[in-house]
Design a protein around this ligand. Structure first.
Ligand SMILES: Cc1cc2nc3c(=O)[nH]c(=O)nc-3n(C[C@H](O)[C@H](O)[C@H](O)COP(=O)(O)OP(=O)(O)OC[C@H]3O[C@@H](n4cnc5c(N)ncnc54)[C@H](O)[C@@H]3O)c2cc1C
Length: 406
């Protein structure tokens, strides 16, 4: 019997269904300049090899894939979007790298985003102590970073209030408070956070609050990591609650002051990079539908969201995200609405694709050990991690009202 040729990858993954219905690569990675395409091929090989073997342990047995993250750093996966050594930042390639990992393991794709976006905070801070060697080490994963920005992002969207408080002192700030969830942490890791500065005596009550953004080192004095309850997936993401008690933040850790203009500038980059998680989880789900096509296609043809339909939608979305990723620091309102909408579409598509993969695979996909089962839970995470679908829709509604006033 001849092999059936099918496109199985809008993120550059072209494969075919062989005699046993399995999928194998036949074509090189699409897009990117040649050095970046080489990085992406290496990321794919790592994902299909060592990462695929670990994915179940990462999901359920809380194995933190530190060696994988370090290897991704060696391969150059964390420097793609940073303009280091005179290289042109390539956000589309960085998103595809996250998608390549997420296709195999959503948790690892998420941690890549955590580290990548922390690199954005450092680079865009303009603080000499956070750029230069510190950023080069970060890009190579010689040091590992994360992000505690869900609470500020929700605060700036009017959903929450800031959980960290800062008091100005000589040479910096003293910070108190707790963040409920920060992933990709370890004793020698660091993450970006925001605190509201206590108003000085005499400040008018109606004055806008001052906020500062800074890097917290997990081994800093007054920083305590507390274990979180068990999650339904992503157990190996080293996600902790972080309590800060009189934690001193020196000026060389400052990322932004004031914070809101800085967030306005990096917001699209922050959200665009996250799209890699949704694209990858959706691609992994589609791949598993093709895997049972030879055996179950005769009955699966009666399902909705068939793999060819989902693939066409995913390919179109990946191209749209590629185009948006050419100007990650644009911040006009219509561009931002487009970015928020693309991110929401990536979440919705990964939910639909994961659900449809389960219906296509049937009982084998319902086994706890099945990647199909895991991917359903990963797609839920893509949909609830900040900005969650509900948060994205709230922001789209607010920004749309700005451009089309009633
Ligand atoms: C596995 C995992 C990893 C995460 N990693 C990060 C990270 O690296 N960085 C980061 O900044 N954020 C992280 N988050 C938080 C995430 O981005 C979202 O903010 C969170 O999932 C809730 O978002 P939501 O918009 O759905 O809010 P909702 O769940 O609707 O929350 C609304 C309010 O309820 C509170 N709330 C919700 N659940 C509980 C609970 N069990 N106990 C007490 N209060 C609760 C919230 O704090 C919030 O004030 C992580 C969350 C999870 C589950």
């Amino acid at each position: 019997m001849s092999a059936v040729m099918v496109e199985v990858g809008g993120i550059g993954h072209v494969g075919h269904i062989g005699e046993r219905g399995d999928i194998s690569d036949t074509a090189p990675m699409r897009g990117g300049d040649e050095p970046n395409a080489t990085v992406l091929r290496a990321v794919r090989a790592l994902a299909d090899g060592a990462l695929a073997e670990l994915a179940d342990d990462i999901d359920r047995r809380a194995i933190y894939p530190k060696a994988i993250l370090l290897r991704l750093g060696e391969l150059g996966a964390f420097g793609l979007h940073l303009g280091l050594n005179g290289r042109t930042p390539d956000y589309a390639a960085a998103i595809r790298a996250i998608a390549e990992a997420s296709r195999v393991c959503g948790a690892t794709g998420f941690m890549m985003w955590c580290h990548d976006v922390c690199g954005v905070y450092m680079e865009q801070s303009g603080n000499p102590a956070l750029t230069g060697d510190a950023l080069a080490h970060h890009a190579a994963a010689l040091t590992l970073g994360a992000t505690g920005m869900s609470n500020p992002m929700k605060t700036f969207a009017g959903i929450e209030t800031l959980l960290l408080k800062a008091r100005p002192v000589a040479g910096g700030f003293v910070v108190n408070g707790a963040l409920p969830w920060v992933s990709n942490l370890g004793p020698d890791h660091y993450f970006g956070a925001v605190a509201v500065v206590e108003a000085e005596a005499g400040t008018p009550a109606e004055a806008a609050p001052r906020e500062v953004m800074f890097l917290v080192h997990c081994n800093g004095q007054g920083v305590e990591l507390r274990h979180c309850p068990t999650f339904s997936a992503m157990e190996g993401t080293n996600t902790f609650a972080v309590r800060m008690t009189d934690h001193f933040v020196s000026a060389d850790r400052l990322i932004a002051d004031p914070v809101r203009p800085f967030i306005g500038r990096i917001r699209a980059a922050f959200i665009l990079l996250q799209c890699g998680m949704g694209l990858g989880v959706a691609q992994g789900a589609i791949d598993t539908m093709w895997a049972v096509e030879r055996q179950l296609g005769h009955v699966n043809q009666f399902l909705e969201d068939r793999p060819d339909e989902l693939q066409a939608e995913l390919d179109a979305l990946a191209e749209r995200i590629d185009a948006l990723a050419r100007t990650p620091y644009a911040n006009d309102t219509e561009f931002l609405i487009d970015v928020l909408d693309a991110r929401a579409h990536a979440s919705e598509l990964s939910l639909r694709a994961a659900q449809s993969a389960l219906l296509h695979q049937g009982a084998r996909g319902y086994l706890m050990s099945s990647a199909v089962q895991r991917r359903v839970r990963e797609s839920h995470f893509v949909a609830i991690v900040t900005p969650a679908i509900k948060h994205l829709r709230k922001e789209i509604a607010r920004l749309s009202a700005e451009v089309t006033p009633a």
